[in-house]
Design a protein around this ligand. Structure first.
Ligand code: GNR
Ligand code: NI
Length: 168
């Protein structure tokens, strides 16, 4: 297993649209294991393949306190969403140190496949619903800061670029 490097905003590769997985093979399961290690090491509660520069529709999530409930969502599709929305303060491993409020549907029903190609439906609410929508946005090339005002986006962009310069 290997923890993979995570792309940081404003890296243009974060805006790549991921392709559906068409082969549920051993390399796919290795990617899932590496993504899980990357997420647990970070640490984070979710990770989309886009963040590790793999542009396939693969998501890992673990919102459990003990970090022992890995959930894998491949080729996920939202089949229904609640009309009521909730605001949650989101963060992102690709935008470290930034936490901002985002409004999203409170509940979503998702259809997806596991790493063995088995299809399932999943009803998410609360933090799980936030995380799933946040990760599905990554697969579409969208980072949560894109929901914020232009001014905030500009400030976040320069803060990230300044951080990069300081690290380098
Ligand atoms: O670890 C993460 N925490 C988090 C907190 C609030 C809303 C969304 C998230 S997802 C984030 C990990 C990440 O960047 N996934 O893409
Ligand atoms: Ni993220």
């Amino acid at each position: 297993m290997a923890a993979l490097p995570i792309l940081r905003f404003p890296d243009p590769r974060l805006h790549t649209v991921a392709k559906p997985v068409d082969c549920f093979d051993e390399p796919l399961r290795q990617l899932v294991r590496d993504m899980a290690e990357t997420m647990y090491t970070a640490p984070g509660i979710g990770l989309a393949a886009t963040q590790v520069d793999v542009h396939q529709q693969v998501i890992v999530i673990d919102t459990s306190d003990a970090h022992n409930r890995l959930q894998v969502f491949i080729n996920p599709e939202i089949i229904s969403a609640s009309t009521d929305a909730k605001v949650y303060e989101e963060g992102c491993l690709s935008v470290p140190g930034i936490y901002e409020e985002v409004e999203r549907p409170d509940r979503v029903r998702v259809r997806a496949f596991d790493e063995h190609g088995r299809e399932f439906t999943y009803d998410a609410e609360g933090l799980m619903a936030v995380c799933l929508q946040h990760e599905m946005d990554h697969l579409k090339g969208r980072v949560f800061v894109q929901y914020l005002s232009r001014l905030k986006q500009t400030r976040i962009r320069s803060r990230m670029l300044k951080q990069d310069r300081e690290v380098a």
